[in-house]
Write a protein that binds this ligand. Structure first.
Ligand code: ADP
Ligand code: DP6
Ligand code: CO
Length: 359
């Protein structure tokens, strides 16, 4: 480090993921260990993603972060854990072109500036924490030349936000809850890559981009504390559903995939209602979308569209193929014209695909 003037930086892009078998409830709040396994689909990174630039320089006097252009505090334990875990694994870095050489022992001393942008609503139930923390961990690991595989990085991202561990892989991803107290086996694994079932088309109907009143973290804490239904769900229902969902994905069985996704979304929201005080993430428009899709699937005799709603009112709709997706979009535009104040704000359409490596 000859001069104090240099800045070394890395930029990465990471997509969000939407769970089709939901994670809701922790058995360990600090390590972020879930009460059940979950399965998700990673979205196309060009549609809903986080872009994060991490930079390091001897002239930075402390770690700082900006989220969507506004400085945020890094003092929270989730950010601190991710920074500490990546720093401790940092390797030597050399950029001959720029004449920069950073020895691994210096990662503990050097300060970081981090700038992150989500190209979709933050904290509105479209899994910004998933894309956000996955991107943070991934970009830091690149910057510091960390020699760990995606599964090990997923265990670090998990400690930023549980759902983030699944965004380090494309396609269909399972987060295994693990059984160890230290969380080392609570990692994400890829079930099928983004090309495996590429007939599927995902449409996201943004019902509201407002920040939700109850964050996922506090919502699931209240559910764990008060809902008996959650215990039944985590112990009796989800383990069987996970096996069935893995089978449905393996066989590209859209009928089973739809039945399991829709039922699991509805049970997750039932568990929210079973919380005291009850949590309402969906609104009237969400319910109307469910009715529309249910009616359509029944009238066709065989499912055409699966729906799932995260901790917010926005609908994630998975059409069995492009033709169905076009019909679905036409139907949505007819029943929920984006111009009206009370209904939909916008639609995002994307393939079930993802760039394997961000950056
Ligand atoms: P969501 O449904 O969007 O995931 P959550 O309540 O789970 O909502 O999490 C929202 C929180 O995630 C934000 O308040 C912020 O702390 C964190 N977050 C969102 N985007 C990013 C990002 N790009 N980088 C780091 N943290 C982020
Ligand atoms: C409904 O991962 O956002 O989206 O671990 O507390 O950060 P924390 O919560 P978060 O919860 C996601 C809940 C969900 C379902 C899911 O993504 O599996
Ligand atoms: Co979240």
């Amino acid at each position: 480090m000859a001069t104090e003037k240099w800045v070394y930086m890395v930029t990465a892009q990471t997509p969000t993921n939407i769970a089709v078998i939901k994670y809701w409830g922790k058995r360990d709040e600090v390590r972020i260990l879930p009460v059940n396994d979950s399965i998700s689909v990673t979205l196309d990174p060009d549609h809903l993603c986080t872009v994060t630039t991490v930079s390091v320089s001897p002239s930075f006097d402390r770690d700082r972060m900006w989220l969507n252009g506004k400085e945020i505090s890094l003092s929270g334990s989730r950010y601190q854990t991710c920074l500490r875990e990546i720093r401790s694994r940092g390797g030597d870095v050399e950029d001959k072109e720029k004449g920069i050489k950073i020895e691994k022992k210096n990662w503990e001393k050097l300060n970081l500036h981090i700038a992150s942008h989500n190209n979709f609503p933050t904290a509105a139930g479209l899994a910004s924490s998933a894309a956000g923390f996955a991107c943070l961990v991934f970009s830091l690991a690149k910057l510091m030349n960390v020699d760990e595989d995606s599964s090990q990085l997923s265990a670090i991202a998990r400690q930023g936000s549980g759902s983030a561990c699944r965004s380090l892989f494309g396609g269909f991803v399972k987060w295994t809850m693990g059984s160890k107290d230290d969380g080392s086996d609570s990692v994400a694994v890829q079930l099928a890559d983004e090309k495996y079932w590429d007939d599927l088309v995902i449409i996201i109907a943004v019902v509201s981009s407002r920040e939700k009143e109850t964050s996922s973290t506090s919502g699931m804490r209240e559910t764990v504390e008060t809902s008996l239904l959650l215990q039944h769900r985590a112990k009796e229902i989800v383990p069987k559903r996970i096996v069935q969902m893995e089978e449905a994905i393996k066989n590209r069985d859209f009928a089973s995939f739809t039945r399991l996704s829709c039922t699991d979304s509805n049970q997750f929201h039932a568990v929210c209602l079973d919380t005291s005080p009850p949590i309402f993430y969906m609104n009237d428009t969400s319910h109307r979308i469910i009715s529309l899709v249910e009616k359509w699937n029944r009238s066709e005799g065989t499912p055409q569209v699966a729906y799932t709603f995260d901790a917010g009112p926005n609908a994630v709709l998975i059409a069995r193929n492009r033709k169905v997706a076009v019909q679905l979009l036409q139907g949505l535009l007819y029943y929920f014209p984006p111009k009206s104040d009370t209904d939909m704000k916008s639609y995002v359409v994307g393939d079930n695909s993802i760039l394997k490596e961000a950056g």
